[in-house]
Design a binder for this molecule. Sequence first.
Ligand SMILES: C[S@@+](CC[C@H](N)C(=O)[O-])C[C@H]1O[C@@H](n2cnc3c(N)ncnc32)[C@H](O)[C@@H]1O
Length: 193
Amino acid sequence: MEQEFKNTVITLYKQNKWKEILDLDNEHMEPFAKNILWVWPSLENFDFMKKLIIENGLFGLTSIGCGCGLLEWMFKEYSNLNVIGYEINREWWTSKYSVPMFIDHIYSNQENKVELNSKYALLFCYFNDRMAFKQYVRNYNGSLVLIIGPGEGRGTHTDPQPFRPNFEGNSWVLYDYQEVKNTKDFIAAYIKH
Ligand SMILES: C[S@@+](CC[C@H](N)C(=O)[O-])C[C@H]1O[C@@H](n2cnc3c(N)ncnc32)[C@H](O)[C@@H]1O
């Protein structure tokens, strides 16, 4: 079942059918879907993210901890914006055991001190490393951070959480948010004061 689901996604990816992947009935596929992507957004969610990027005068999206990059690839195809994905553990991702990669990775160094494009929004989707989050945000001179993760009652864990990001200092303020379909996962957008 899991392999079947993965194969369907890969086949559609090869045919460039991002919309069909977005429309897959992943609700019944959990937890298989999670091996590829933790949240399965809607077109409305993509509209919301694109609007946020454009109205803040930005040109693209940098996703930290993008995993296999399926969300990032679909968003890129949908939006025509540039999308960059950062990961760690090159050995794993380039091994025969890893799930397929849908976008190219940039691999972070140990201290997560990477140069981040300030004209791109910064995305953390189901990210789970507080110290790394802090370091990436310190390195980012742009104005828009998107956090996707669980809201109240979802029963999953991320760090940062969309509504408890615990930024250092108080220059980041909540700008807007939207639920991912009716999953209790949320996309929260923070802008710099
Ligand atoms: C729970 S997964 C989420 C993957 C993907 N964003 C998703 O929503 O399906 C967290 C990802 O963050 C990556 N990660 C963890 N620490 C990282 C770091 N310091 N820099 C970049 N990626 C990191 C992990 O390798 C993993 O792929």
